[in-house]
Design a protein around this ligand. Structure first.
Ligand code: SF4
Length: 242
């Protein structure tokens, strides 16, 4: 437990762009110390497996996905294999990840797009990735950051909540949040910073009862919307914006 941390002002006058960047840099430094080398905890060896595991991770824990993917990847090791898969068989393999019909459709559709447009290889460029069926910017950024070593700011439910509480954005739209964070942080920080925010959201900055008293980001966090969040009922599995 971290005691006696100073509180950031919640009533501070409007923060200049330079002050915002400096605060973000301090937060990045703290996050690096708390979550060194933060990465997604999905297991994969190839770009296709990263893409497939990320599709399966929607509304599901990474641990559960990691229990399913070894057999899935053994039977469908690449996009060509998945493009020709029997949907009923894929559904059986991934049923425990939830939303298995939609996820099966997304896996097969993405695989077919990759085979038809990219010769079976997952493309590197964002504009190509987001044109694949079932692939949005979140999945594309995970792949770019973790497979191709390209900067990618991943916005999931935790990142939406934390970037708001930390005063980096007022937007609820993932694309806008990604764009705004891209102005605040250097590209080299995007992947690790967003991954660390996800871990911090899971371990400390909970949707309803964030552990602000123990949080090492508190000196730099205006805690926007936290009081309201503590009064709000959040259904299990859902995240509050405030
Ligand atoms: S736990 Fe509290 S202090 Fe820490 S990041 Fe979340 S809102 Fe800010």
């Amino acid at each position: 437990m971290v005691a006696e941390l100073p509180r950031a002002s919640k009533t501070a006058t409007r923060e200049s762009a330079a002050a915002l960047k400096a605060r973000a840099a301090r937060i990045a430094k703290t996050l690096k110390r708390l979550y060194p080398g933060a990465r997604i905890s999905l297991d994969f060896k190839t770009a296709w497996q990263c893409l497939a595991a990320t599709i399966l991770s929607a509304q599901c824990t990474d641990e559960r996905v990691n229990r399913v993917t070894p057999e899935l990847f053994r039977q469908y090791p690449d996009a060509r294999a998945m493009a020709n898969a029997d949907p009923n068989h894929v559904q059986e393999l991934i049923v425990t990840t939830g939303f298995f019909r939609q996820k099966t459709r997304a896996l097969i559709d993405a695989a077919r797009s990759i085979v038809e447009r990219h010769g079976g290889e997952v493309p590197v460029e964002m504009e190509d990735l987001v044109k694949l069926k079932g692939v949005g910017r979140k999945t594309a950024n995970v792949i770019r950051g973790h497979v191709f070593g390209k900067p990618g700011f991943v916005v999931d439910t935790h990142v939406r909540r934390l970037t708001y509480r930390l005063g980096f954005t007022k937007s609820e739209e993932p694309d806008e949040i990604e764009s705004e964070m891209g102005e605040i942080l250097p590209p080299a920080e995007w992947t690790e910073f967003s991954m660390a925010l996800i871990l911090h959201g899971r371990q400390v900055c909970f949707a309803r009862k964030p552990k602000c008293d123990e949080c090492e980001l508190r000196p730099d966090c205006p805690q926007i919307g936290v009081v309201e969040a503590q009064k709000t009922k959040v259904k299990p599995g859902r995240s509050s914006r405030i």
